[in-house]
Design a protein around this ligand. Structure first.
Ligand code: NAG
Ligand code: NAG
Length: 246
């Protein structure tokens, strides 16, 4: 009797320890996105089969969390170009891995380092984006989930390591919209010696891939068309002036 009581207590304590270790907060589960609600984690941001990033309609950030400790993040930022303010660079970053709520309330994100990707594009200077593997563990000092009183939707505030708030995120999808949570590009693991087929990997040496080139080509073309249009208006003006003068 006493023995079984003790073992029940042990089982209970063990279960408590396991759950404390995994530390999942069900409130976090879902796909969160910044105000534009256009950048989302999942297959519309990163295509792991073609190893390609897909430019969203609008800059923004997105995080997804599962109820079993996995996360995914998607960032699409414009970086100011002081030389040519009309021509910002674009940076896209994608990562996934595991997350944990620590006992002190911090949120720790550990990416699968071989899977993360970063694409930097400078459409006015280069036709091609610079594509690299990207891995950046993150720790948020704390976070809060609540119903946003103005928009009446769930809101997630993440506080950076120094305590400063990141831009607010709003719940876009629940269950979350994510790619498979397992390693997608296993390059660190030794591959079977059976086949002659080499696995495609991205390394800094072969990092220049023509990604996003369609969107940026179009932008460059449009820019040129405007330029030639104004040039034409200018010539017409000059022609008109010349006509009246002679
Ligand atoms: C919580 O603990 C982690 C890991 O020890 C640490 O990195 C983090 O700074 C702590 N957070 C706070 C708010 O003290
Ligand atoms: C964000 O976009 C998704 C997909 O288009 C939509 O289902 C969701 O309702 C949107 N959320 C908000 C807050 O507008």
């Amino acid at each position: 009797m006493l023995h079984s009581l003790v073992s029940w207590i042990l089982v209970g304590a063990g279960a408590y320890l396991v759950s404390a270790q995994v530390a999942i907060d069900p409130q976090l589960v879902g796909t969160w996105s910044s105000k534009s609600n256009r950048t989302f984690t999942g297959p519309r941001f990163y295509d792991p089969i073609r190893d390609k990033m897909i430019e969203p309609e609008h800059t923004g950030i997105s995080y997804s969390f599962t109820d079993n400790g996995h996360y995914e993040s998607a960032f699409y930022r414009a970086v100011a170009n002081p030389v040519n303010p009309a021509c910002p660079k674009g940076v896209m970053q994608w990562q996934h891995g595991t997350y944990e709520k620590l006992v002190n309330g911090s949120l720790s994100l550990s990416p699968i380092s071989v899977d993360g990707r970063q694409l930097t594009s400078d459409p006015c200077n280069y036709d091609r984006g610079i594509y690299l593997r990207y891995s950046q563990p993150e720790i948020f000092e704390r976070y809060e989930v609540f119903v946003d009183p103005y928009h009446n939707i769930m809101r997630l505030n993440l506080f950076m390591f120094d305590g400063s708030p990141q831009q607010p995120l709003y719940l876009s999808f629940k269950p979350p919209q994510m790619l498979p949570t397992t390693t997608l590009n296993p390059t660190d693991t030794p591959t079977a010696t059976s086949g002659g087929k080499a696995k495609r990997t991205v390394s800094p040496e072969d990092s220049e891939l023509p990604l996003n080139y369609k969107a940026f080509r179009n932008r460059i073309k449009r820019y040129n068309a405007d330029y030639w249009w104004y040039f034409g208006v200018g010539l017409t003006g000059v022609g008109g002036v010349l006509y009246f003068c002679f």
